[in-house]
Design a protein. Structure first.
Length: 415
């Protein structure tokens, strides 16, 4: 499954591709803490194993070990070592699934933040949206396709070994698990790969990526409800191949819990896809010019009270410190102004409250959308000087104003 420019670390069932959170710094993201244990960097993309993986690996080892005890009772306690190998091999298959997404993304020149193996599978976090619905479809489809190819490889391997042996059982288990991964991810609802494929199809038909996201997200929510209700029913009625007489109270509770977890993951992922698509739709509206506060230039020794008086007269909300030639040298921080009591303001020079202006703090007035966010992330600050193409001062951009614009964009309904 895919995650496209979504905020936060979200678990995905089985496997998938994830996109970027527009509000996160790209240079810091690849090696950020909290990703888990770094296992390597294939194709330059860091691969992490999340702590939740160890819990699932232990669960797989225990469950598969019980199956081995029925099929190969002569193994005794060694069955758990075989089961652990199966758990590792299964997640290696998931990693191949994720690498397929990663290679496709890199081929389309889409930066990949990282791959993470975690609870119920893995995610490939891709930092940008595909430019065309065709690329979106390919990017989503290659993961399940590789899982199907792996299932075929394991099936061929089964033909060369005795089915009643450890290799035979392992190959059969890996074949079935990869078929399940492929089938589950092909379900046509976000955040699964099938949901990304459905989104691409609707995008192609309507010409609107947002329409594709809305359709695939609501199908994803319907899938979540179906999983919540249907999975326990299928298990209880024996449709999945289990004998109904073997189904006990604990099995029923386990099935219901598993269904609830899967449903919650799918529902949450679909909702996040909708929210981030809405943000992405309105992102171009975030323009430096429209968010900029009017500013007045003041010299460094100007008392704060006098500077504020000039700003009030001009209807300005920001102060820019300039030198004798009128060139900007610093920005007076709003937070520093608030911290000065009114009775002291005549005795405090604006220079003592200003942050020295660096080249990275100068923002072109026409900068907008993700380009604007990239510029602000490159040089973190509370205020930025907004300038015209001629270098003339246009005003001051406050980070707080940008954040408020983000909140409004997230709350605004899509067009």
């Amino acid at each position: 499954m895919n995650k496209d420019e979504e905020s936060g670390e979200q678990t995905r069932p089985q496997s998938g591709t994830e996109g970027a959170d527009p509000d996160s710094g790209k240079k810091q993201r690849s090696d950020e803490p909290g990703g888990g244990i770094l296992m390597g960097r294939p194709f330059g993309v860091p691969v992490y194993v999340a702590p939740s993986w160890f819990l699932v690996a232990a669960l797989i080892t225990w469950v598969f070990g019980g199956q081995l005890d029925r099929v190969l009772p002569e193994l005794g306690g060694a069955r758990y070592l075989v089961s652990l190998f199966f758990a590792v091999a299964f997640y290696a298959s998931v990693l191949v699934h994720e690498l397929a997404h990663t290679i496709a993304a890199l081929r389309f020149k889409l930066p990949v933040r990282r791959i993470q193996l975690q609870f119920f599978g893995g995610v490939s976090e891709i930092e940008k949206e595909s430019e065309t619905p065709g690329r979106e479809f390919v990017l989503a489809f290659v993961g399940p396709l590789l899982s199907l190819v792996l299932a075929g490889v394991f099936y061929l391997g089964m033909q060369a070994v005795d089915p009643g042996t450890v290799p035979g059982v392992l190959l059969a288990g890996l074949m079935i698990s990869n078929l399940i991964v492929a089938a589950f991810n092909l379900l046509p609802g976000l955040p699964l790969d099938g949901g990304r494929m459905l989104r691409a199809v609707v995008w192609k038909v309507t010409g609107k990526p947002m329409s594709g996201t809305v359709a695939a997200a609501w199908v994803g929510r319907a899938l979540a409800v179906a999983v919540l209700i249907g999975l326990p029913l299928l298990t209880h009625t024996g449709v999945l191949g289990n004998a109904t007489e073997d189904i006990g109270g604990m099995d029923t509770v386990t099935d219901a819990l598993l269904a609830a977890i899967l449903a919650a993951i799918i529902w949450t992922g679909a909702g996040n896809s909708l929210r981030m698509a809405r943000l992405r739709e309105h992102l171009p509206e975030l323009c430096a010019r429209t968010l900029t506060r009017r500013a007045v230039p003041v010299e460094s020794e100007t008392p704060l009270s006098e500077a504020l008086r000039r700003a009030n007269e001009a209807g300005a909300r920001a102060l820019v410190v300039v030198d004798g030639h009128g060139d900007p040298t610093a920005l007076v921080r709003e937070s520093a102004i608030v911290g000065v009591p009114e009775h002291r303001r005549p005795w405090v020079a604006v220079s003592s409250l200003a942050q020295e202006l660096t080249e990275g703090m100068k923002v072109p007035a026409e900068l907008a959308g993700e380009a604007l966010l990239d510029r602000l992330r490159a040089t973190p600050a509370s205020e930025y000087l907004v300038v015209e193409e001629t270098g003339e001062i246009y005003g001051v951009l406050s980070t707080a104003d940008v954040e408020r614009a983000f909140v409004k964009a997230m709350a605004r309904p899509h067009s």
